[in-house]
Design a protein around this ligand. Sequence first.
Ligand code: PEP
Length: 262
Amino acid sequence: MSSDARKPLISGNWKMHLNHFEAIQLVQKLNYLVTKEDFDAVDVSLHPPFTDIRSVQTLIEADELRFLLGAQHCHFEEKGAFTGEVAPSMLAKLSVKYVIVGHSERREIFGETDEMVANKTTSILKAAMTPIVCVGETLEEREAGSTESKVIGQVRSALAKRAPDTVSKLVIAYEPIWAIGTGRTATAADAQAVCGAIRGEVRASHGNEAARALRIQYGGSVKAGNIAELMAQPDIDGALVGGASLDPDEFARIVKYRLHAA
Ligand code: PEP
């Protein structure tokens, strides 16, 4: 079970799905299913596409909903000639709290490097939002036995030169790339082994307090049927959920994992 000091964070990454009308419907359905007790136990962030964020923000604020608004991506620069990009401060102005950085789809399809991920992490923190920094290995890397070196390398790059009290506010999402959108999930024991190694790395680099406070999510085909076992692991403090977050019934059951314990 997660340490009491770390409130679990379940995040729904809608990717490039749902227009703003559909987004509003999903949030309304979810709000009907997720109770005050659920929100007391778990933080829930929703990460719609950019075009939906303002609509979801308005709904959250007007109805005083407890969902936390998230984004899937941003640029690291504050302004400039970057056609199609969005600055961190623009998201902060919309009351966005969490921004996903370095999702494997951004790294693999759009060529985001560790350096870009580190720069974005800095800019998101500067705009007073929380980065959810994604790390993870490919199937080839796993089969070659290099999971830990890949993941720890990505963690080191994202955390280098940051103060311990900054690191303690971050979220790291361990997402084995071969498990994203494939229906394949790392076993709870395998996911714990990598999440434990991440926390061990943070303990070594930034000290006990940062390691204790940092939240680590698992992502990769999380469903209502496997969330409880994953959340029972000592170093897993939440989940980054893609496909299953588009189905309000399934996502609400994920949020309520504590009611159907492993
Ligand atoms: C994700 O989008 O980060 C993800 C883990 O997707 P899925 O849950 O569909 O595997």
